[in-house]
Design a binder for this molecule. Structure first.
Ligand SMILES: [Fe+2]
Length: 606
């Protein structure tokens, strides 16, 4: 038995996973336990959870794999420092960061006093870990592999070929050039300062026109080999120390763009300023530029390899709008995107890369049988595990949920809530579906928490997609988020081609497709301004209860989808039932379904 602990530590979205003989056992982001968004630092709570899930102690872990390699791209770093003479603060900052990361053993010893880790530590280069997080858990025997992000280990993108359990990296884009930094700089310029705010620009883009694409092409320059470079006049990160604070908290990033960007587009927007058509046009133009560079790279790689399968990861692979256009704009026919495409996912990539290295070195033998290889023709070279769902986090039994409810009885009574246990799943789903169809907002807390940023039907808030006012109701009762941001649908897998202009499988909500024109008026709450929807395809075999709920909703309404948004209110997605109850009690959510327990506010549908 070989246990490998995979870590993304000292980056935003710190995380841990546990892989047992090549099969994923557990995975979670540290933010869910610490209750601070994008928490960065050492993921001690996520590690604790992974070990508890497998019922093992730290001493039984044979290997720790981390998605960072202090030796990677060293000559590039030295060359850059000598030729560019950056601010001394930038150099010192990077050395300090590297030193902190080198102490995984010490951190483990501090965290798990009385237990000891005597195994091997594997440092896996940041982009190899991203590539591994997609390809090595994909259903593909071979594929073009691509990682695009802000930065990691002095590079911002890497690509190559995956074959069997091998990944051959062909090329990289090195610091200071980066599509992720380009998008993040424009996000900051548009007045969204927080780490991870890029999705807001993506949501805003369809409201504008790509009027400034010519200007954007001055900032990002495409090259014949498929890569790209930044015009550094518009940036600061290559010569100054950019504040990037992460120590035991939410990451904060300093301003990335230079004065030249304001000269090009006018003064930067303050976050309190109104969003004007000008800002929307810049958002649309930035998205268009990102897509141009992304498809330029993908098309070059297709030309080079002639393979029509693509495995994708890295923070930029969270750009679900661009992902949804891959079939239209490139010859690729099949895509696999890691559900935690950002740095959290590097934990899985690092663990899988380490597993195959260890397996080959010690000839441990084949991995377990494939879990799900429908339509893939099977995997060779001992790659048995396919990550076909994202439910790898903590779960709670009905008895535990009942005890939590009992402990909070007084608070529930104070809000005149009615609590009922409904052991018959069909009846539970029927009641919940009825509540949704009646316009209620319901919290849906089931099974194992999702891995990755999206709620996929286990820690979700659900609503009726048919109601044009549902978005306003959700924003009023719970979310209070920017009105331009869309809500997403979860749809039965079989119903996809009838409702969307695709028949692709999107289990992790990572691609946006057009809703069929004739269907849009039926589901206004999940139709974005440009007619698109960021769908999640729901499978009976990977989430039977959620499937059953949507099936029940479809029977009642004729619409095989529900509106699905993450179960949270300006906080990380809820992890434990206590947090779900807190969110329910402090917002105006109508119904909470915790496992088999249904809690209904008095006066609402029951
Ligand atoms: Fe990354």
């Amino acid at each position: 038995m070989t246990y490998i602990l995979g870590l993304n530590a000292y980056h935003g979205d710190s995380s841990a996973c546990l892989v047992k003989d090549g099969t994923l056992v557990a995975a979670a982001e540290e933010e869910r336990f610490r209750r601070i968004k994008h928490w960065a630092g050492f993921p001690s709570e996520a590690i604790r959870y992974c070990l508890a899930e497998a019922k093992i102690g730290l001493g039984e872990v044979g290997h720790v794999a981390i998605n960072q390699d202090s030796k990677a791209n060293l000559w590039r770093k030295i060359g850059f420092t000598l030729s560019s003479r950056p601010d001394l603060g930038l150099v010192i900052d990077r050395i300090k960061n590297k030193k902190e990361r080198a102490n995984v053993r010490e951190e483990l010893a501090r965290t798990f006093q009385g237990e000891s880790f005597a195994g091997e530590v594997h440092e896996v280069e940041h982009h190899l870990a991203h590539l591994g997080s997609a390809f090595l858990v994909s259903p593909f025997d071979d594929a073009v592999v691509v990682s695009v992000d802000g930065f990691g280990d002095f590079a911002s993108a890497a690509w190559g070929l995956g074959s069997g359990s091998e990944i051959r990296v062909e090329d990289k884009v090195y610091f200071p050039h980066s599509l992720g930094i380009f998008y993040q700089a424009l996000t900051q310029y548009l007045g969204f300062p927080h780490y991870g705010d890029e999705y807001k620009v993506m949501g805003l883009a369809p409201y504008g026109e790509p009027k400034y694409l010519a200007e954007m092409r001055r900032i990002v320059q495409l090259r014949d080999d498929g890569s790209y470079r930044l015009n550094l006049d518009y940036f600061r990160h290559h010569k100054e120390k950019i504040d990037y604070e992460w120590e035991n908290g939410e990451p904060r990033v300093g301003g990335l763009f230079s004065e030249a960007l304001s000269e090009l587009f006018g003064p930067a927007r303050d976050k309190r300023d109104e969003l004007t058509p000008h800002h929307k046009d810049i958002a649309r133009s930035a998205q268009a530029m990102y897509e141009e560079a992304f498809f330029h790279l993908l098309n070059t790689l297709y030309q080079r390899h002639g393979l029509d399968r693509l495995a994708l990861a890295g923070g930029c692979a969270m750009n679900s709008v661009a992902n949804g256009k891959i079939f239209r704009n490139t010859p690729f026919k099949r895509i696999y995107i890691q559900s935690a495409a950002g740095d959290a996912g590097g934990a899985i990539g690092a663990a899988c890369v380490a597993w195959h290295k260890v397996r080959k070195r010690s000839a441990i033998g084949p991995s377990p049988q494939p879990l799900s290889l429908a339509g893939t023709g099977g995997l060779s070279d001992n790659r048995g595990f396919v990550m076909d769902h994202a439910y790898w986090g903590p779960q709670f039994s009905n008895a535990e949920l009942g005890r939590v409810l009992q402990a909070r009885r007084a608070e529930l009574d104070a809000q005149t809530c009615v609590t009922e246990e409904i052991a018959d799943e069909a009846a539970l789903c029927q009641r919940a579906a009825q509540a949704i169809a009646d316009g209620q907002v319901i919290g849906w807390f089931q099974g194992r928490m999702e891995w990755g940023p999206r709620a996929l039907g286990n820690r979700s808030i659900l609503g009726d997609p048919r109601r044009a006012d549902m978005k306003d109701i959700l924003n009023l009762k719970i979310k209070r988020r920017e009105s331009f941001r869309p809500f997403a649908p979860s749809i039965l897998r079989e119903a996809v081609p009838e409702w969307f202009e695709t028949d692709d499988d999107v289990p992790f909500m990572m691609e946006v497709f057009q809703i069929r024109a004739e269907k849009r008026s039926q589901v206004p709450a999940v139709t974005h301004v440009d007619g698109s929807g960021r769908l999640q395809t729901v499978h009976r075999d990977t989430n039977p209860r959620y499937y059953r709920l949507i099936e029940s909703f479809a029977r009642q309404t004729g619409v095989p989808m529900v509106l699905n948004t993450s179960f949270n209110e300006n906080e990380p997605v809820v992890c434990r039932p206590e947090e779900a109850l807190d969110c329910f009690l402090r917002t105006r959510m109508d119904v909470l379904v915790l496992g088999d327990w249904m809690i209904v506010r008095d006066g609402t549908h029951g």
